[in-house]
Design a protein around this ligand. Structure first.
Ligand code: 9MG
Length: 289
């Protein structure tokens, strides 16, 4: 199949599409997190960092991740921006190597139009943008690329988003934002049937905001596009369980199950093997009479 000549669709389950042939979103899928940032490796050497990232990506694919989300710029609270050339140098070799060695779908976690374009040329199957295509030329570039795009909600920017997040009604405001971004995408020529939405847990949200969004997650299904969530190891879990980041696996699996029960189609996680097993169990219950 020539990827260039197909318009991908994730929400039109009846239509023919390159994306649907690769993957059917009728069951929740696990997306493995693959950060290719200096702080995600203990050594610091570029080659070793790339080799380690590819190894980890292949391991997650073996463990059942349908998507591998490759990111070269940290979006953690307080994170500093990375120059485009540096971001490209981190992610492109990893995408190319993964495409040669696995059939898992490759997602590129970026807000940069240039990185989106280059990642697509290197084989990326999905664009994951925490800034929902608000950066320069991201809309125009995505209008030309025939692959799905995930639009995430974020209040503020990573450098300062956790300073004092505030909402009158977090669910309604996040819903409104995502609906508006879909309209903007449609006006730019990006069909709704290749969009995915994400409420953006931890991105400019307090613990109370995150818990409220999770409790009301079903409301996001009204938009009529697949729902992606990422809560894995985040501060919201640490705050409830009073545990450091390396002890948040059980809490992360618990919220993944809640999300799957409430309509999430893609669940972005670090602990792939554990989440795949938990989601399989959850799906069996969802399908029960
Ligand atoms: C890159 N990244 C970090 N957290 C994320 C989340 O919750 N959702 C999405 N789509 N991307 C995320």
């Amino acid at each position: 199949m020539d990827k260039q000549n197909e318009t991908a669709t994730v929400s039109d389950c009846s239509g023919f599409s390159y994306f649907k042939r690769l993957f059917d979103l009728t069951e929740p899928a696990v997306m493995g997190v693959l950060n290719v940032t200096p702080d995600s490796f203990s050594d610091g050497g570029r080659h070793l960092a790339i080799d380690s990232a590819v190894g980890r990506g292949l391991e997650m694919a073996e463990q059942g991740a349908i998507f591998i989300d490759v990111g070269g710029e940290s979006t953690r609270p307080g994170a500093a921006p990375v120059a485009t050339d540096e971001e490209l140098a981190r992610v492109i070799p990893v995408i190319e190597a993964l495409k040669r060695q696995t059939t898992a779908l490759i997602s590129i976690d970026t807000s940069s139009a240039k990185v989106m374009e280059e990642a697509y040329s290197s084989g990326a199957d999905l664009i994951n943008d925490v800034r929902a295509l608000r950066q320069h030329e991201a809309l125009e570039v995505c209008a030309k690329l025939p692959i799905p795009v995930c639009l995430m909600h974020m209040q503020g920017e990573p450098g300062s988003m956790q300073d004092n997040p505030s909402y009158e009604n977090v669910t309604n405001q996040v819903l409104y934002y995502l609906k508006e971004r879909i309209k903007v995408c449609e006006r730019a020529g990006i069909n709704k049937n290749r969009l995915i939405i994400d409420p953006g847990f931890g991105f400019g949200k307090s613990l109370a905001h995150n818990l409220s969004l999770l409790k009301n997650l079903r409301e996001f299904k009204q938009i009529g596009v697949p729902l992606l969530v990422g809560m894995s190891r985040k501060r919201m879990i640490g705050e409830v369980l009073e545990k450091p980041v390396e002890q948040r696996m059980v809490g992360s699996v618990a919220v993944a199950v809640i999300a799957a029960m409430n309509g999430a189609s893609i669940i972005r996680v670090h602990d792939v093997a554990e989440t795949v097993e938990a989601i399989k169990m959850t799906q069996a219950v969802i399908e029960a009479k």
